[in-house]
Ligand binder design. Structure first.
Ligand code: HEC
Length: 470
């Protein structure tokens, strides 16, 4: 045997002996890649994978191809016989995460020092503190025409900020029973667009039972009015069949938007994965109803199936951002995907958004989910975020205080602790900019009737607003 053959055996034999299918991606990288690309991915015999420079194409698909097909001439091993598409996709996600970490090391991001001016591409802003103390786990905010604001706290309190800006000690009394469980609790509050005439306030929350050791819950929606600090006149808007209530503590979704007499809202897949694909199952869906809870006659039909009441779109994982484009009425949502698979979707009636059949992400423990990212009959996201940002809160800017941001979309991010501004043209993202970072987990971002942009932060729990620098 000549030397070359020996070398080939030495390289290939240990590869073939290993089962990589259940191995976590960082381990796969350590075993198969770090020898040439360095344990910190900064390069060795093979180039750096974190310097932002890609010789063989920078898109995710091109990276995938580099790993799959290798490059015999340059000495990059082809991995298609050792790893399947799911595993290679997971490696791409892993590389993207490390690339972003390396890029952001030592970078300066706008910090929320009240009064300090932050410059961004189109607008300069200052931060004003709205509520600094007294809130626990604030989740959503809504604005009453008289200047008061309503704030939900996850553990189940609806708080009021007076017109003078002071947070009242007493929460609203008599709201529905909230199940504070895992990621769920009292989540959304929204004001009917004709509130001044009808006084309706809507809540999205984890409904169900907690008895002994057993919890059964799912996202539900009600409306009611507030009179003298009391929740009154309550009506149910949407409630799942009891068989869909579950003990899982994850993926409740939850947001409310109104448009032309309709209400739109999501229910997360509650950890049920495949249930998101079943149109007769309540989980992993976005719904449309008349604002009083009736099912519209022209909601989408599903061949030979009896869809769950109010179904608008399906195949969603954990949607925590939802808003309507003021220019043309298009609906957009953001949802937490698996690791590396957070999505912005253009939500259309009857469409399937693919979870868990297609996704750009992998499991959070670093094991792969699927190798496919596209499939006939399933919509592609407008964009996906790799690495994940933990997308939470989504709002078009309709105000006039920041004219150059008019109709831009603002997306909050829990894990990356940032707000991203997106410009959408013909349902495509033409600009994406981080306008705020490292100020706490962004739970919600929303434009307000006063033209400012309000941001709910967790850890520390605060509410701030962005106002023009001048
Ligand atoms: C035997 C050494 C070796 C091993 C093992 C190896 N690589 Fe490579 N890799 C290379 C070389 C050499 C290149 C080509 C660099 C160049 O073009 O300058 C390369 C290129 C790449 C590229 C394309 C880089 C670019 O600039 O476009 C990617 C992505 C990549 N490797 C990922 C991996 C991953 C993931 C693994 C593990 C599954 C791996 N490599 C294992 C040597 C290796």
């Amino acid at each position: 045997m000549n030397r070359a053959n020996l070398l080939t055996i030495a390289l290939v034999a240990p590869l073939a002996a290993q089962d990589y299918s259940k191995m976590k991606t960082d381990k796969v990288f350590e075993q198969l890649c770090s020898g040439c690309h360095g344990a910190d991915l900064s390069g060795g015999q093979g180039g750096s994978l974190v310097d932002g420079e890609w010789k063989h194409g920078s898109s995710d698909d091109e990276l995938l191809k580099s790993i799959k097909e290798g490059n015999a001439q340059l000495g990059m091993t082809p991995f298609k016989t050792v790893l399947d598409d799911r595993q290679i996709r997971s490696l791409v996600i892993f590389i993207r995460e490390k690339e972003k970490q390396a890029k952001e090391k030592g970078m300066e991001f706008p910090k929320p020092e009240p009064g300090k001016i932050t410059k961004t591409q189109h607008e300069d802003y200052k931060i004003e503190m709205v509520v600094e103390k007294g809130l626990k786990n604030p989740w959503a905010i809504a604005f009453l025409p008289d200047g008061r604001k309503l704030v939900t706290e996850k553990q189940g309190r609806l708080r009021v900020i007076g017109a003078d800006g002071k947070l009242l000690d007493e929460p609203v009394q008599g709201i529905p029973k909230i199940i504070d469980h895992g990621q769920g609790g009292l989540m959304e509050v929204a004001i009917h667009p004709d509130y001044e005439k009808n006084g309706w306030i809507y809540l999205g929350f984890a409904d169900g039972t907690k008895e002994g050791g057993e919890t059964k819950t799912i996202t539900a929606y009600v409306r009611g009015r507030i009179k003298d600090g009391q929740w009154v006149d309550q009506e149910w808007i949407w409630k799942a069949d009891p068989k869909f209530y579950t003990g899982a503590g994850v993926h409740f979704g939850t947001r409310i938007v109104f448009d032309k007499g309709y209400i739109y809202f999501p229910v997360g897949e509650r950890g049920g994965w495949q249930e998101a694909q079943d149109v007769e199952n309540a989980k992993g869906k976005i719904y449309r109803l008349h604002d009083d809870g009736r099912v519209p006659n022209d909601n989408p039909k599903f061949d030979g199936k009896t869809p769950v009441s109010g179904l608008w779109s399906y195949g969603h994982r954990n949607p925590q951002g939802l808003d309507i484009d003021p220019r043309d009425g298009s609906i957009y949502n953001t949802e937490h995907g698996p690791r590396g698979g957070d999505e912005l979707n253009w939500v259309q009636p009857g469409h399937n958004y693919g979870w868990p059949v297609i996704t750009y992400g992998m499991n959070y423990d670093g094991t792969p989910i699927t190798g496919i990212t596209e499939k006939e009959g399933m919509d592609q996201p407008v964009i996906y975020w790799q690495p994940s940002i933990a997308a939470c809160g989504l709002s078009f800017y309709r105000g006039d205080k920041f004219p150059k941001w008019k109709n831009d979309l603002f997306a909050g991010a829990l894990a990356q602790q940032e707000i991203r501004r997106l410009r959408l043209v013909d349902h495509k993202v033409t600009e994406q900019e981080v306008i705020l970072k490292n100020i706490g987990r962004v739970r919600d971002v929303t434009d307000a009737p006063d033209g400012y942009i309000y941001v709910i932060l967790n850890g520390p729990d605060r509410i701030i607003r962005l106002v023009p620098a001048k």
